[in-house]
Design a protein around this ligand. Structure first.
Ligand code: RTP
Ligand code: MG
Length: 154
């Protein structure tokens, strides 16, 4: 039985501003996942700092937070069998140059500009996904999705 998973994707400001990138990314998402929830938001510094607090103290933290507040982001809850790993596979390695070398067709290779401006975020585990989905969609019902799991993926 394939487990239906949910994951959180955040399309970063430079990709949202680039129509070619955004349309490519949306097609990739539509082909591989169910889009369960979606919203476009402008993050303020407090929200972005809080979302990325696990990275507080790292050398790229302030740069990351500033970048994430530099324009709108598209936040999606994506569903599918193995969605957490599946979305991270579609993204590819964190650093754009590394992605271009190792996985030339991945989203970060195609549209990544740097280590920080690397197209999109993806939850790193089902537990992180649950926490991150609650962060952006506090009203979201995981209970309902458990039931969908039983019906759709047996
Ligand atoms: P993400 O959380 O965004 O899906 O990316 P990830 O798991 O592949 O990478 P992570 O280590 O969690 O880093 C979170 C975000 O921080 C920025 N970053 N910049 N060397 C750097 O300048 C650097 N390292 C990480 C990236 O934007 C990364 O997505
Ligand atoms: Mg991460």
């Amino acid at each position: 039985m394939v487990r239906l998973e949910l994951t959180l994707a955040i399309i970063k400001p430079h990709a949202v501003k680039n129509p070619v990138a955004l349309s490519y990314i949306r097609n990739e998402i539509k082909n591989k996942f169910i889009v369960v929830k979606t919203k476009r938001v402008s993050l303020d510094k407090e929200t972005a700092s809080n979302f990325y607090k696990e990275h507080m103290g790292k050398f790229f933290y302030n740069r990351l937070v500033t970048f994430m507040c530099s324009g709108s982001v598209d936040v999606h809850v994506l569903g599918g069998g193995g969605a957490v790993a599946g979305w991270r596979r579609a993204l590819g390695p964190t650093a754009a140059l590394r992605a271009q070398f190792l996985q030339p067709a991945c989203l970060r290779a195609l549209f990544g500009i740097s280590d920080t401006r690397n197209v999109a975020h993806g939850s790193d585990s089902p537990a992180s996904a649950e926490r991150e989905i609650k962060f952006f969609f506090p009203e979201f019902s995981f209970y309902d999705w458990h039931h969908t799991d039983e019906v759709m993926f047996r």
